[in-house]
Design a protein around this ligand. Structure first.
Ligand code: IMP
Length: 430
């Protein structure tokens, strides 16, 4: 029985929602292990559209256990409203189907305020974040001053934790010209939301261990993408958590041996939201066309995504850092109708050719992509369900991608519909 980790292998928005939903139908437990409500997954099931940000995709499927692991940062007020919205759509959510790790750090309103204040005040510091307080909450976790789910159960502990956080935050806020925090209002607000969160609190590490022993299939649902990883992404234009597959284990409290298969989700071209380097970014009609055909607007912030050619060099890198066993290639149909396609196979830097993106920011800025050109195809690949449905040039493109990233295709997704998927290798069958 295999346990599968799904990670984005680019800058997020690779189309994980559909694949995670497809896999979650076959899983018993679906666990989020990092990130927060900066993520956005849209699921379309029997014509009904579900928008998920903090909750694992498994919640919309009956009979599954959904888990929010300690690697996540959780905004309790947001979670309550997300649960209410889903309930209004007929989704049943109960402590039997949703568990939240007791050691999960909470995102408080002060984190969002800090995030937005930093983003708006100083163009040098601007990351282009989602403004949801993700970074400041992770900072407080590592700074040992965050409020965690378990703290909600005891008012005295909660006060202590809040005071510990406020010593730091009030000092910061003074520097940023923000009013000091209204301690009493914050405590009252936390006391009010506490019961709705504590209902789901559980020792997730233990639940996961038991699930594993009972031979349950576990799906670890990643958010964002490996190029936004705090260590291996395009720092500092990254999110504040480890996004790569290794985080799946620490983010819920199981050993690394629990992971049998890592599925990397890879879009057939490249997009990114927010600031930061993007070697294959296009500012021409081709880029415009990718954005329009691919509906490249953020699910969480509605921002227009930057678009560019497929960067095989970067994906080879992310497949390595996450130990990807197979990829799911998505949105191939967006490339339909391009006469010629370009794939980045390396970078030129100071007269040398590199087969990876260097870490130093000045070097990254000087790198120019080395492209390989391939003929496009005029036929539609939208909705293809077998290799036989694909034009020869589309198959050549996919095969070349596999070669260049040094990783095979396990799934090919050809439209947002779940049935429009070509299965090459079932990740759960490993
Ligand atoms: P933060 O995670 O809100 O701190 O944002 C940091 C960077 O990650 C920004 O460039 C965001 O646009 C990007 N980001 C965060 N979450 C997502 C996501 O789910 N998809 C794509 N980009 C994301």
């Amino acid at each position: 029985m295999a346990n599968v980790v799904v990670v984005g292998a680019q800058w997020g928005d690779e189309g994980k929602g559909k694949i995670v939903d497809w896999l979650s139908e076959r899983a018993d437990v679906i666990a989020r292990f990092q990130g927060g409500h900066n993520a956005g997954h849209t699921l379309v099931i029997d014509g009904e559209v579900y928008k998920l940000h903090a909750l694992p995709s498994g919640v919309v499927r009956g009979g599954k256990l959904s888990v929010i692991g300690n690697g996540v940062v959780l905004d309790p007020w947001h979670l309550v409203s997300e649960i209410e919205t889903l309930r209004a759509q007929g989704v049943e959510i109960s402590p039997e189907t949703l568990m939240i790790a007791e050691n999960t750090p909470l995102i408080l309103p002060i984190h969002g305020e800090l995030d937005r204040a930093r983003e708006s005040q100083n163009s040098v510091a601007k990351i282009g974040t989602t403004g949801r307080g993700i970074g400041p909450a992770y900072e407080d976790k590592v700074g040992r001053r965050v409020v965690r789910v378990a703290d909600l159960a005891d008012p005295a502990t909660l006060e202590l934790r809040v005071d510990r956080a406020l010593i730091h935050h009030d000092a910061l806020r003074r520097g940023l010209g923000l009013e000091s925090v209204d301690r009493e209002a914050l405590l009252a607000s936390l006391a009010e939301v506490a019961p709705a969160i504590l209902e789901y609190a559980a020792p997730v590490w233990k639940v996961m261990t038991e699930a594993r022993k009972a031979g349950k299939r576990i799906l670890f649902e990643g958010a964002q993408g490996a190029l936004l990883d705090i260590d291996f992404g395009t720092y500092p234009f990254v999110t504040s958590s480890n996004v790569i597959a290794g985080q799946a284990a620490t983010g819920v409290g199981v050993g690394p041996g629990t992971i049998d298969f890592v599925l990397g989700i890879v879009k057939a071209y490249t997009t990114r939201v927010g600031e930061g380097p993007f070697p294959t970014e296009l500012h021409d009609d081709d880029g415009q066309r990718l954005g329009e055909r691919g509906h490249e607007f953020g699910t969480t912030t509605g921002r227009k995504r930057r678009c560019g050619w497929f960067d095989a060099c970067l994906v080879r890198q992310t497949c390595a850092t996450s130990g990807v066993n197979g990829i799911s290639l998505t949105k191939l149909d967006v490339l339909d109708g391009f006469e010629r396609l370009k794939i980045c196979v390396g970078y030129e830097l100071d007269g040398e050719t590199l087969d990876y993106l260097p870490t130093a920011a000045d070097q990254q800025a000087r790198c120019t992509p080395v492209y390989e050109e391939m003929p496009g195809w005029s036929e539609s690949t939208e909705g293809a369900r077998s290799w036989a449905d694909l034009p020869a040039n589309a198959i050549k493109y996919v095969r070349r991608v596999e070669e260049l990233i040094d990783c095979p295709v396990a799934l090919l997704s050809t439209s947002p519909e779940r049935e429009d998927t070509i299965l090459v290798r079932d990740p759960f069958a490993d």
